[in-house]
Design a binder for this molecule. Sequence first.
Ligand code: C5P
Length: 407
Amino acid sequence: MLRGKHILLGVTGSIAAYKAAVLIRLLVKEGAEVRVVMTPLAKEFITPLTLATLSRHPILVDFFDPEDGRWNSHISLGEWADAYLIAPATANTLAKMAGGVADNLLLTTYLSARCPVFVSPAMDLDMYAHVATQENLGKLRRRNVSIIEPEEGELASGLVGKGRMAEPEKIVEALQRWFSGQKKRGLSGKRLMVTAGPTREAIDPVRYISNHSSGKMGYALAEELAARGAEVFLVTGPTQLSVKDGIHRIDVVSAQEMYERACEIFPETDGAIMCAAVADYTPAEVSDRKIKKDDGSWALELRPTHDIAAELGKNKGSRLLVGFALETDHEHSHAHAKLERKRFDFIVLNSLRDAGAGFGVDTNKITILERNGSETAYPLKSKRETAVDIVDKIENYLLSPDSRPSE
Ligand code: C5P
């Protein structure tokens, strides 16, 4: 998990600084590239020579090299790092970080780092328990700094309590956990809209035209996108389903309402997945009273609804547009025609002829058709697993634009 990762290690003036040597060895063993920045006081606890030898890079302490005046850029250090780990982190450094003090290279690097920051506090139990330290840690936590909790045990002062820096193995595990979670959060910063469920087209105050869509596929997609860090806007027709916190749910009833909301939201997103089973026709007139039966037959006049996907396709720009095709016959040629007409980047085809695919059921069997003509057939899977396959493809298209066939 740490192979090839750039870990910037900040070492501060604590007795626990000796553990930095072990930490560097473990990180290098895991395949990480390590560079070290020390506070001036840290040099009194462990020699730069030891840490330079283990990390295979010169140690940085000063803003510039006193020999030749070369500038040690905290900005390029921060840009280089995939993670900035300050271990051990003294109460003094934590306080300065919380207060935005910038009087050494370790601190200026913290202020300019854009990568995730981890601190591994090390201090005596009373210093750790002090309200000032706890408030500083609280501030840092709220700024998304990850605190690797110190352990209970014997301290350098001879006292026993909480404040010992976490063992290097624990620190490495914390980094590994973060990077493995990150791998699955490849869509953070992306905004995506999903349309889902059926629409209902009113005939009169009592009756409507609709279809069998349960919304399960669209909801599974919304949840998978959110799990990978995307901000998700779920525009949904009436369903029995609930969604996890964090997904923006926009409830609509008719095709017209879905059209209006989707058109509003789409320009603010990086793309949309059109999973809703939108009614193609709606009654030309809606009676405001319940229509009474009589003995004769009667004809209901229908007019076409907006094709939401096709409308969005017209002004999609560089946004991603993914469609669905549920077919009963001539599946591939129908799906290809929709891919073109609605300007989808790819279309997910499912056939009602396949057992286990379609409305209401918890499974699906899909084929993904792309603009470059490629077709990938997937075996029968749960809708949740199918969502993973579809979102893998979406992630590929969004994160490696080169993989996206042009129109
Ligand atoms: O033409 P057809 O309805 O089979 O196309 C299916 C695709 O188009 C789906 O992605 C569906 O969500 C979308 N669609 C839409 N608005 C419509 C009809 C279909 O967005 N009125």
